[in-house]
Design a protein around this ligand. Structure first.
Ligand code: ZN
Ligand code: MN
Length: 480
């Protein structure tokens, strides 16, 4: 059954603020630590409070991470960018203006790519600029309290082109953005910790239209789970207006996730004049070609994800899991490099290691074992050369995770090395076949499922110390 909504399509663009993971605020030595439970206004100084005569100094650490983040979006870093003053009054803004980059942002253009339901999609970036954050207002009954601990904290604002056609697009992009920010260490981009915030510009139009209709900016979306709800609600609200012969106003609306609807914050008519002008207390930011080049990032999570699917023949889920974070991905890459076995390297991480981590009482992750990666590779090598059974390999891995050490020493201490002395093995096979002559006859007469019985008998006689694969080959040679 088709509904009025089916005639329309949704067009969205995003403005995302990502908090830079620097140790200080953007222009002063205060800690950039909003997630610490500090007393209100404990983490402030005359610079971020905008006292008269105080001068901002741009943090080199912020610039370093922003350039890395720009590379991760394949964006073009500008050798010259300029800070502007955006003047407005609001109680959470102690300086009376925000320092931002209006006309000459630090990077321009390019894209974030991601896989959505197996399809490679690319969302264009318009630009990214640097700016400082405002403080926080806390409303307590009839009073409003101001906490400036966050004021002056460094933000990257990433503005996209209107390339999003569904909520899956938006969520896919944000998840990839979060991944690449973590990948280049620029930010943890955790939405719940206010390290990533997203405003969505939404318009709708008939499916065969090419013009863009009036757009509405939706703010206050605070979690991944609320994005979908906010988008659905705005899509339907605009369509219902058009269907009633009206049109949405160009305005900014605030999403209320508890109530499940948005309310107007400000309309185009009362748009403020921010009186942008170049920040007189800061020189233009000049970056050398070498500085920019040194911070290049070669492979992104999406590149590795595609490589794992197309070249390493992994399933889509494994490829995604192994490319999610850089430590796991680097660990995996080293394993593949050392063993030449992309599939086993994958399963040893995703099944054996991850379940050991899950079962561990002490919190443990790849980070804790990454320095011992060659020993984990050695386990896979020994399994592949039939010197260690895959059952026993789990014991060795467990030991490596718990106590570290050397794979070969662990194997010899635990008596796990498989004996592949061929004459001894042949003797066992001959013995088994001689003792089960009637079964051999039945097998030769066509009862082929007895094959496993012979191998099982060989394993039994050898007390499981020898390798079943070699027995399989030998039995085949003798009676096949
Ligand atoms: Zn400060
Ligand atoms: Mn902004």
């Amino acid at each position: 059954m088709s509904t009025i909504y089916d005639k329309y399509q949704i067009i969205m663009g995003l403005e995302t603020h990502v908090r830079v993971k620097s140790n200080t605020k953007m222009f002063c030595p205060c800690a950039n630590a909003i997630e610490l439970a500090l007393e209100p206004n404990q983490n402030v100084c005359p610079i971020c409070m905008g006292f008269p005569g105080m001068l901002p100094t741009l943090s080199a650490w912020v610039v370093d991470l922003a350039v890395r983040a720009a590379h991760a979006m394949r964006s073009t870093v500008q050798e010259k960018s300029i800070f502007d003053r955006k003047s407005y009054f609001y109680p959470d803004l102690p300086m009376g203006y925000q320092i931002t980059q209006m006309y000459h942002p630090i990077t321009i253009g390019w894209e974030v790519r991601t896989l959505i339901h197996g399809e490679l999609k690319s969302f264009r970036i318009h630009h990214m600029h640097l700016e400082n954050d405002a403080g926080k207002l806390i409303h307590v009954s009839w009073k409003t309290l101001c906490d400036y601990n966050r004021a002056g904290s460094p933000l990257m604002e990433i503005v996209t082109e209107p390339d999003f056609r569904s909520k899956e697009d938006v969520i896919g992009y944000l998840e990839e953005l979060q991944k690449i920010m973590r990948w280049c260490w620029a930010s943890d981009a955790d939405m719940e910790k206010w390290q990533l915030r997203c405003d969505v510009n939404i318009s709708v139009r008939l499916k065969d239209e090419t013009i863009l209709r009036t757009r509405v900016e939706l703010k206050n979306i605070n979690s991944f789970s609320s994005i979908g709800r906010a988008i659905d609600n705005e899509f339907e609200r605009q369509i219902e207006l058009y269907e009633a012969g009206k049109a949405p106003d160009q305005e900014t609306r605030g999403w209320n996730d508890e109530k499940g609807y948005s309310t107007p914050l400000r309309s185009k008519e009362d748009a403020m004049d921010y009186r942008y002008f170049p920040e007189p207390d800061l020189l233009p930011l000049m970056l050398s070609h070498e500085y920019i080049q040194e911070r290049t990032i070669n492979e992104l999570p999406i590149d590795r994800r595609i490589k794992y699917i197309e070249q390493y023949n992994l399933g889509a889920d494994d490829a995604r899991i192994l490319s999610n974070d850089r430590t796991t991905s680097d660990f995996y890459e080293t394993l593949v490099e050392l063993t030449g076995d992309s599939k086993k390297s994958c399963s040893y991480i995703t099944t054996i290691l991850f379940s050991l981590f899950d079962a561990s009482i002490e919190p443990i992750s790849i980070v804790d074992i990454q320095s011992n990666v060659t020993e984990f590779a050695r386990v896979i090598q020994l399994v592949n050369s039939d010197e260690l059974s895959s059952t026993n390999s789990k014991r060795v891995i467990e030991e490596l995770v718990k106590n570290g050490g050397k794979t070969d020493e662990i194997i010899d201490t635990l008596w796990l090395r498989q004996k592949n002395d061929i004459t001894a093995l042949e003797k066992i096979v001959d013995e088994v076949l001689a003792n089960n002559a009637s079964q051999v006859e039945e097998y030769r007469a066509g009862k082929v499922n007895l094959f496993g019985f012979f191998v099982g008998q060989c394993m039994k006689v050898s007390a499981g110390q020898w390798n079943p694969k070699v027995f399989t080959d030998l039995v085949k040679q003798k009676i096949g």
